[in-house]
Design a protein around this ligand. Structure first.
Ligand code: SF4
Ligand code: SF4
Length: 76
């Protein structure tokens, strides 16, 4: 498997993320984490490890912030 390859890809808009951690808790393969850095509003935004996303969409479902993240399902 190529680096970054998987069945899904999560894209994060760090300025829309409030760092609540709901997505990191929901992610079964645990490929999301809160960044050590701050966004412009003073929150620690979520970041994707870059591989291992299954494309399940749970992070998108639980996120209360419209536009903070989106999930792309990758073709096999
Ligand atoms: S789509 Fe699923 S596996 Fe991928 S980051 Fe979101 S919760 Fe985790
Ligand atoms: S992406 Fe959404 S659910 Fe995840 S930490 Fe940011 S605001 Fe919370």
């Amino acid at each position: 498997m190529k680096p970054g390859a998987g069945r899904g890809l999560v894209e994060i808009n760090v300025e829309e993320c409030k760092g609540c951690g709901l997505c990191t808790d929901a992610c079964i393969p645990k490929v999301l984490r809160l960044s050590a850095s701050l966004n412009r509003y003073g929150y620690h935004p979520v970041e994707y490890e870059g591989r291992g996303c299954s494309g399940c969409g749970l992070c998108f479902v639980v996120c209360p912030e419209p536009g903070a993240l989106r999930v792309l399902k990758l073709a096999a």
